[in-house]
Design a protein around this ligand. Sequence first.
Ligand SMILES: C[S@@+](CC[C@H](N)C(=O)[O-])C[C@H]1O[C@@H](n2cnc3c(N)ncnc32)[C@H](O)[C@@H]1O
Length: 302
Amino acid sequence: MLAGRVLPLSEEPSVQSSSWSLKPARDLLPKQFQAWQELLENRTGMVLDERRRTFLLTQLNARMRELGLDDYDAYLARVGDGPQGAVEWARLLDRLTVQETRFFRHPASFDFLSEYLQGRLAQGLAKPLQLWSVGCASGDEMYSLAICAAQALQAATLDFSHFGVTGTDISAQALKLASSGEYPAARLNNVPEQVREQYFSAVDGGRYAVKEALRSRCCNIRLNVLELNKAPLHNMDVIFCQNLLIYFRRWRRRDILNRLIERLAPGGIMVIGVGEVTGWQHPDAVPVADDRVLAFMRRKVA
Ligand SMILES: C[S@@+](CC[C@H](N)C(=O)[O-])C[C@H]1O[C@@H](n2cnc3c(N)ncnc32)[C@H](O)[C@@H]1O
């Protein structure tokens, strides 16, 4: 139902004359750097430490150049200025977020998922499976989840359409890519040949598109993980949250996991990136005893 829907953003302003690109980027004053750090962390949870100062400078300058701006403080004021500022903030965010991802990025997590689904489906299926990719970037993880669910249903000789995957992310640009379901051939390098043939079609320009039967089981929603109270997602069977929490402070990682576990159905699983969280405990979360992965099952009702 939500497939292909992402928030509209205003038109890209025209790129300014080349004289801008010749100017070296001015460094940020300590208090300016701190102001940008605070803005980013307050709004997204991401901690931008000193090692990423050059990254921030590069991204700010690239965007300011497009807008014809030369003053960090003026640009900071602009992103904080009402609805127009919110649109500009969304644009900048596309540049400041790390959107690196891959299909089946952590193979052991997907092997674990397939085994879990196989076990679940052996007991029958009371309702369609619901899976969630939190911080889905360009959708590689979302479609990897969809492929695992489709394969598990097929192996259990159940209806292919009995699942849905939701991919959420803060970046509108990432969601647009995810919704398109189109990828350059090189992105499918670690997708087994047989899986590629079954779930992707070759399209123009050496690209591959996720087949409609799979794509139509997936939808995207723009969602800030700091605002999980707004997430219209409950009773999930599977939540994947990988390579997102690493950018956050420890207390915030635990806080987010506390919110996510509430969104699982009893017996559902939450799979985190290995090493992304240590020592997290929750009365409803049962750690999964499998060294290959970091996963928790929501306690079943007694
Ligand atoms: C490195 S990618 C991880 C993609 C995928 N989960 C994986 O493991 O390959 C991190 C994603 O988290 C998103 N992100 C960062 N902060 C976020 C926030 N506060 N709420 C939702 N998504 C966020 C970024 O836009 C980016 O697409």
